[in-house]
Design a protein around this ligand. Sequence first.
Ligand code: DAU
Length: 335
Amino acid sequence: MRKTVLITGGAGFIGSHFTEYLLAHYPDYEVRVLDALTYAGRRENLAAVEGDPRFIFIHGDVRDKQTVREAMQGAHDVVHFAAETHVDRSILDPDAFITTDVYGSFVMLETARQVGVERFVHVSTDEVYGAIEQGAFTEESPLRPSSPYAASKAGADLLVQAYARTYGLPVLIVRPSNTFGSRQYPEKLIPLFTVRALHDQPLPLYGDGQQRRDWLYVGDHVRAIDTVLHRGQFGEAYNIAGGNERANIEVSRLILHTLGKPESLIQFVKDRPAHDRRYALDDSKLRALGWRPEADFETALRETVLWYANHPEWWQPILQNKQDYQAFVQRWYGR
Ligand code: DAU
């Protein structure tokens, strides 16, 4: 069936992988990407689909009602990725998180209600649940966010649920765990530590390095969203787990081993305030729709690390950006 899908945040890390995936797997779909191209959204992330006649790029902000309305007009489905996503930045400067993640999501929902879309997928996060010491969160677990970032995502998640109940908007929510792969902005653990190791710079590991994350490969992540978009039940949330729980120190060592760098590069630094100790998700609801993660963690991590090693042209301009990247690194790690 010929249809148009609006993807917000499609020039970001996961959004650009999803855009590529959708165009590659659905020959009769048209994709519109709406992206504000803030620091983490980059047009070059969409290089593989530029020139495809089924792809349209719209430069705009999800907080701008007029732009969102124009972008959504005539779209059948919406997949809403656009958000501020970095926990540490949210601790320094929460403003943009509240306006983009909460208010921006409200604009998206309100427009979807007025325009009348067929399906609205909201990309939430496992961080809305907060930390868990043992076991795993189900979709029914209470939302107990720790950081301004997680709280802003929880606010959006609750708004999406309210729009389903109040207006019958056909929404679907995904709550993915820590995702990794190519084209992730080098502020997040894996790309940050990789580019620092490549420069023989210390890897700033927070606290005791024993915090645990469940790592989800981006290819498995985009297949999960495809599954929920096409087979999910309206009004429902779906956890996306990677099944690869590792302590941060283990991930750091794997990065160093891949690059042939010494473990002495690991430097324990001041912890992140309100640092969630462990994340873990029960993904049985999503598996019941037929999805399961396929990537082998060690192989996918090695491939990802080598992708950064082989693509300095992708990350060098970011590292050279004094106003944004260097200023953030100095403020955060020098605090
Ligand atoms: O769980 C899903 C979430 O994963 C997403 O919703 C967020 O958008 C994404 O940023 C990510 O959040 P985390 O805070 O878990 O990811 P981050 O890569 O910032 O950190 C991963 C772990 O590594 C975390 O325990 C903090 C630690 N860390 C991170 C950085 C940047 C360090 O020890 N040192 C660092 O310099």
